[in-house]
Structure formats: C-alpha cells, structure tokens
Ligand binder design. Structure first.
Ligand code: ADP
Length: 403
C-alpha cells in the first residue's frame, strides 16, 4: 500500500510518498511559488538513505494543477520514478490545518467534506483555501483513488468546554464558533502514541505534557491519551513564544497600538504573527542564530531565550496542575528534539514538582526516542522525534481499513 501525503498551501504543495508495508519514504518534495513569475520544484528520491538523489526544476507553475502534474510526472518517470503509474498510489492523505468543530476524526473526502472545509474558510483564511485547491486537483487527477483529510485540530476535539471556551459573550461562540481549537494535533497525537510505547503503557493510560517546540510552538496536556488542554487557540497565535508569533498577550494592547501608531487590524495581525516572538525581541527567529548571538553577548537574544524558557515553564507548571499525575514531559520538533538549552530552561526550577533532568543525557547528541530525566525524577522527561507525515499516512490507512 503506497500513500501519498499532501500538504497544499496557497502557493505551495509539499508531498511525500510512503510504502506502508515498511513505512519507508519512497520520495518527497515541494512545489513552491505557484502562481509567481518563476516556480520551483525540488524532489528527493529515497530521502535519508544511502541511495538518496535529488531533482530540481525551475519554471513558471501557473496553478496547483500544473504543480501536481509535475509531481506525478516525477513520481512515475520511466527512468527515475518510484512507481510505474499513478494507479500504484493506493490513497492520498491531505493535511488540513483547521477542522473547526465540524470534524472530530480523519475522514474520507466527499462533496460534503469539501463543503465543510469551504464553510471553515473564515476560521482559517490563510490555510484552508490552499488545502481546498490541493484537494480539488487531487480529486481530478486521481479520480478513483480514495482521499482522506487529516486535521491538525482533531486531536484537541476532546478538550472540555472549560478549556476550549473563551470568556467572551457566549453568543459569539454560538454565532461565530469562536473558541479554542488548538493545532499541531497530528504531532501531539504521534508523540503521545510513541511515548506510550516508550513507557511500556497502553496509550489510554498515559498522562503527558507534550511540548512541540519548532518555528511554531505549542504544548498539550494529555490525559488518558487524549488532549484535555493545549496552548494554541482559535488560531496558532495563542500560547507559547514562537519564532515570529507573540503567543499570549493582553488584547488591550491592540486598541492602544491603533491609537498610538495608527495601525489597522491587518497591520496588527501582521505584527503579532510575523514580526513578534523571537524576531520581535531580538531581530532573529532561528534559534541557532539566537544561540550564536547569546554567545557573542547579545542581551536581547539572551532576553528572548529567557522569555521563551519562562513561558514554557509556566505552561508546564499549569498543565501539571491540570493533570494531577504526569507520567512524562515529552519534547519534540526542531527545537524540542535538538536544543538542550531550551529543554533545560523549560524544566528549570521544577524539581519541587518532581521534574529533574539528567544534564549529561540532555546535552548528549543522541538521536531518536530517549529519556533525559534524572533517575530520581518522578516525572520522566522524554525526547521523541515527531513525524507528522507518517501520522497522516497511518491515519489515512486506518480510515481505508475502516471503510
Ligand atoms: P516548523 O515549525 O517550521 O516545522 P521546525 O520544527 O523545523 O519548525 O523547527 C525550527 C526551529 O528549530 C528553528 O528555530 C531552528 O533554529 C530550531 N532548530 C533546528 N535544529 C536545531 C539545532 N540543532 N539546535 C537548535 N535549534 C535547532
């Protein structure tokens, strides 16, 4: 069974083809700058293996349809293709950012699902139109192939109302579905299952705090394998301090910004999503650059790092209060998997709550799933590499099996 995972944005299509017998990645790539004067396609065959090879193209790519045609041509190329024809693709899994409260599970795409996604565009104006473009083209080009939507929000659909409601007038929830949805659900779901395996416990028996720290960052309180709270909200802006997003702030800042700086809502949205977080504090959004700057004595970079660690710590502490019993704190994604300093700052001062790091294991350059907690730590501290594409493919396969 070969599953093609597609993450279609407004001007890009990222894709990955997996052989589900071994879960090996046959090929992966990205079509970028769709609709611009010049487009790009980079395609890797057998990525991450000894036999890895790459193909790059630069040409105008007018729309998603053209982009998908190029991808199919590469995947089925008589010489370098990884399959003979597109019929060898058993199913397609589409990553969808916002499923609102219309979608509580991954599901087979039909006209009703497409209509639901269209209805959700006001909640996800940046993401859902790009996903819809990808689904339309994939349905046209693979007419007999089952297609499945896998949502970033679904894992968090188990949050209780006390966690997902905003304390705004209730009518706004009824009328506009304004509530917290949470994101990165595919990643939180994947590392929850992997952490349960690592701990040797059934997944519905684990209580975890999963900490996804990347360019976008979020945390999740997992009780009995299910999300009961998460740091992102109606959009991915809420919660932790991120590469360019501010996370939690006082909403009263916005009218003040309007009055003092003449900024309109669009500009404020841009400011909070694209010019804040690490970037807003020290001008850099990549943590590796921030570390270099800290080493050179840059005080703003130091402040950004301190703020990041402090916010993470506050959330870990509050999720410990939410959960009562915590089996493990699980770090994942670009920063969570690779940066010992961030993990140390996030766990600092939590020994009274039973969280202690083994500093040597935290610093070691080990890869893969590992325990970096001290022997004496009551709460295990794990690093588990995330794999959102594999989780999308697995959920796609599950939906097919359940048909
Ligand atoms: P995205 O949210 O875009 O998927 P990633 O999960 O790839 O982001 O994480 C990107 C972040 O991870 C960047 O801030 C980058 O600096 C950081 N990162 C990646 N590798 C390392 C590393 N070896 N050490 C420290 N930080 C790293």
């Amino acid at each position: 069974m070969n599953i093609l995972v597609i993450n279609s944005g407004s001007s890009s299509i990222k894709y990955l083809l997996l052989d589900m017998r071994t879960e090996a990645v046959l090929c992966s790539g990205a079509v970028e700058r769709i609709g611009e004067e010049m487009g790009n396609l980079s395609h890797k065959i057998a990525p991450g293996t000894m036999g890895e090879s790459q193909v790059s193209l630069s040409e105008p790519i007018a729309n998603h349809e053209k982009g998908m045609h190029l991808v199919i041509a590469l995947i089925t190329d008589p010489e370098r293709g990884v399959v003979k024809s597109k019929d060898e693709i058993t199913a397609i899994g589409h990553r969808i950012v916002q499923g609102g409260d219309l979608f509580t599970a991954s599901c087979l795409v039909d006209d009703e699902v497409v209509a639901g996604l269209e209805k959700l565009v006001p909640l996800a104006p940046v993401h859902n139109p790009g996903h819809l473009a990808g689904i339309r083209v994939a349905r046209e080009l693979f007419p007999g192939t089952p297609q499945v939507t896998v949502f970033d929000t679904v894992f968090h659909q188990t949050m209780p109302p006390r966690a997902f409601m905003y304390a705004l007038p209730y009518e706004l929830y009824d009328e506009l579905k304004l509530r917290r949805y949470g994101f990165h659900g595919t990643s939180h779901c994947y590392v929850t299952k992997e952490a349960a395996k690592f701990l040797g416990k059934p997944v519905d028996d684990v209580n975890l705090i999963t900490v996804h720290l990347g360019n976008g960052s979020s945390m999740c309180a997992v009780q009995g394998g299910k999300s009961v709270d998460t740091s992102m909200g109606l959009t991915p802006l809420e919660g932790l301090i991120m590469g360019t997003r501010c996370g939690d702030t006082d909403l009263a800042i916005y009218p003040l910004l309007e009055a003092a700086k003449g900024l309109n809502i669009t500009e404020i949205n841009d400011l909070t999503n694209k010019k804040s977080g690490f970037k807003g504090i020290c001008g850099m959004n990549d943590l590796r650059d921030i570390h270099k700057a800290v080493a050179e004595g840059n005080a703003r970079a130091r402040l950004a790092l301190d703020m990041f660690g402090y916010r993470n710590r506050k959330y870990i502490g509050s999720y410990m209060a939410v959960l009562g019993r915590v089996d493990a704190i699980v770090f994942t994604a670009g920063i969570g998997e690779n940066d010992p300093v961030s993990r140390e700052l996030s766990c600092r001062g939590l020994s009274a709550l039973g969280v202690e790091l083994d500093h040597e294991r935290n610093q070691s350059g080990e890869r893969g799933a590992r325990d970096i907690g001290a022997k004496s730590s009551k709460v295990r501290v794990l690093v588990i590499p995330t794999n959102e594409e594999l989780e999308i493919a697995r959920q796609t396969a599950e939906v097919l099996r359940a048909r």
